[in-house]
Design a protein around this ligand. Sequence first.
Ligand code: NI
Length: 171
Amino acid sequence: MALMEIVKWPHPVLDAPGDPVTEFNDELKSLVGDMFETMYSAPGVGLAAVQVGVSKRLFVMDCSAGKDPDQRIVMINPEVLNVEGNQNGEEGCLSFPGIFTPVERSLRAIVRAHDINGNEFEIDGEELTARCMLHETDHCDGIVFLDKMSSIKRELVKRKIRKLQKAGKWS
Ligand code: NI
């Protein structure tokens, strides 16, 4: 396994939908292993392939941050089947280091995906699990959490990033 470099916004790979995964082979297993290692090391609770510069539709997540092996999940070709309710809470993204801002999401989400062997499964999750699945599925569709903020928040965040870029603290 190896650590991968996480790309920061506004890298163009973050704005393009990933390609569907069609081959469930050793190369995919190796990518997923590297993505888990990279996510845990960051540390973060979710990481999509586009964030390590691989334009494919998959992400890894672990809302327990490594404490519960059952929450170590990879979702390949994720598809949101149903959402319900509302939640508003602080959200971050490994491609926006140091930026945390309130984002409205559905309280509950049912997401269908393939596992590492190509078998279909569904997760019916609430609260942080729903937030994480929706945030990461957005990445697979070329959408970043900036796109989900109010326009005022979005401008504030962009201004903050421009300042960091000028100071050489955002590359
Ligand atoms: Ni993210």
